[in-house]
Design a binder for this molecule. Sequence first.
Ligand SMILES: [Fe+2]
Length: 229
Amino acid sequence: MTESVRRLADVPDWGYLLAEFDTAYRYRSAGGSRLIRGHMKAVRERLSRCIAGDPPLDFPLPERKPVCAHLGRALDNGERDTMSGMVRAIDKVKDWLTWRHGYASMPRHLEKRYAYADILGPHGPVYCKELTLGLVLFAPRTTYPAHAHSGITESYICLSGATSENDAGVYVPGAMILNVPEHDHAITTSDREPALLAYAWVGAPEDLANQEMVFSRKRKPAPLTRNPE
Ligand SMILES: [Fe+2]
């Protein structure tokens, strides 16, 4: 007997979570930025095409990482704030999530303080070759070192907790952060509460499928040179 392929329409809770992504990228403000507005449009057009095709779902075995001990608190805080619709939808699928570290080499302090879970993308669980959506969870008082994405425009939507990026501001639920390709970005979280962010990656299929996760190398200071006089 052959097992039929499970499709998105067979798993309504996953579809409702994707509907929350669509709502966020359709109705949240771009703050007057044409660049962010264009990115939001690209995300929802790609998501709409993907959903219209009733894509297959392939769930790897659910996997937790140590930082998942903070997920309950992150969801509780998020349910009380402006992104509560998406946070409640995440709560419905949390037992199916596969949390990963992704980096071949990672600072030791991050092992207990960070993980991500894909929702949709070239590696599933919902198959889509032109868009990646997922979640990233940080413990309180975490510094996520600088990294950049080759060929990929990335946005984060803050769902729970408070986050800063490159010391440029403090982002709370409902805020969107845009990182253009090759833009170095480091993230920190507040002292007492975890942070949960949703992310979207837009890029060419080969860049989405083969993105190598590496932290940016620290630039060495320029060598001191003698004055040639
Ligand atoms: Fe990033």
